[in-house]
Design a protein around this ligand. Structure first.
Ligand code: SF4
Length: 373
């Protein structure tokens, strides 16, 4: 039986020339993520899925680690075509190793023997055809870290765009200037997980904070629609001062960037902290609004966080989109994406009309059987 690493080694292509540099002593520097690994012959980068052999950087290609149809609210995007279906695929591997990861079966497949997830061969044409069959609006690279598999994502996104679909990354944001320039022509929406505002915390997870802050600034400058999520973990990133600095930073980039603060549930290896309570989310949301953010949402506790699942006009406070969990209960934006009461434009990527909601729960494409990944 081949090992998972051997199975994946057979499913690779050459790295995009934009994402590599040949450096001293025969090594190749990879720019697909903020680690910028200098990789010698015969070795792999920190992510373990990009490796150098015969003087070439091999990168993941031609498979998916999982596919699922999600309401776009689950990604979460709250200001991009509410109610639409997000055809979501992942590959395997990650460049961080968060002990609380909720997608650890795919993200840690090469690090953790308990995280077994077999790749399934796939083609862009088949993925896009399936997305269209299910009337998805967006194709999303998610579940593992999409930056480290950018070449395959762009191959799929090229086909998705040609079919009139939008595209998105759900990412930890540990990017480089080069990879953002590489994906920019092909990406519409980007979700960044801003996990903390403390570099020591990021180092515990295997990263640094600076590349993530750079990514947020750069995506905004590039005009990619950006929403930010922070999983609120009691005792890890819940200090009010840290939350104040984190949300002040986002507001300094733009007060129009939606911020989702979501509840932690004990998971994977991080079982010490208590679960996040609705009160904790509401206190964090109050800090964010005080910092100047206009669109603040609380997630993972449907029906338990009052008005923090809804979108209100930042000008006149009119209720524009009412939600419970992933379910859209009402939608009042105008065709131009404005408040119907005061006419203020609401930042986002809106359709000219609400198209209804295909599903308010995730399902598998082949079966439509409900399942949470
Ligand atoms: S994607 Fe990141 S972790 Fe993987 S080889 Fe490239 S720079 Fe290193």
């Amino acid at each position: 039986m081949p090992t998972l690493a051997e199975v994946l080694e057979a499913r690779t292509a050459d790295a995009a020339p934009e994402l590599i540099e040949h450096i001293e002593r025969g090594r190749i520097r990879c720019y697909a993520c903020g680690h910028e690994c200098p990789i010698p012959e015969g070795a792999a980068g920190v992510c373990k899925v990009r490796f150098v052999r015969d003087g070439r950087l091999h990168v993941p290609w031609g498979y998916v680690g999982g596919v699922q149809c999600d309401p776009i609210e689950k990604k979460p995007f709250f200001h991009a075509h509410p109610g639409s279906l997000a055809y979501s695929f992942g590959m395997l591997g990650c460049d961080l190793h968060c002990s609380y990861c909720q997608n650890w079966v795919t993200s840690q497949a090469l690090r953790d023997p308990a995280a077994v997830s077999a790749p399934v061969d796939a083609s862009p044409q088949a993925i896009v055809a399936d997305a269209r069959r299910l009337e998805a609006r967006v194709v999303v690279s998610t579940y593992n870290e999409p930056l480290i598999t950018s070449e395959w994502a762009i191959e799929i996104f090229t086909a998705a765009r040609a079919a009139g679909l939008m595209t998105a990354f759900v990412s930890n944001g540990n990017a480089t200037e080069r990879v953002l320039n590489y994906i920019r022509p092909w990406i519409d929406l980007y979700k960044v997980d801003l996990k903390s505002f403390d570099d020591r915390h990021y180092r515990q997870l295997g990263g640094r904070i600076d590349p993530i802050l750079f990514t947020i600034r750069r995506l905004y400058e590039m005009g990619v629609w950006l929403e930010i999520v922070t999983l609120l973990i009691p005792g890890f990133n819940s200090d009010p001062d840290e939350l104040r600095r984190l949300t002040t930073f986002i507001a300094s980039v733009s007060p129009d960037i939606p911020w989702h603060v979501t509840a932690f549930h004990k998971d994977y290896r991080m079982s010490d902290p208590e679960n996040t309570t609705p009160d904790m989310l509401m206190e964090a949301a109050a800090i964010a609004k005080d910092a100047g953010l206009r669109y603040v949402y609380a997630g993972n506790i449907p029906g338990g966080v009052g008005d923090l699942e809804n979108t209100r006009c930042h000008q006149c406070a009119a209720l524009l989109i009412e939600r419970r969990g992933y379910l859209i209960r009402s939608y009042r934006l105008t065709a131009a994406g404005a408040c119907p009461d005061c006419g203020t434009g609401i930042p986002g990527r809106w359709g000219t009309a609400f198209g209804g909601q295909i599903a308010s729960s995730p399902f598998l494409p082949g079966t439509r059987r409900l399942r949470t990944l």
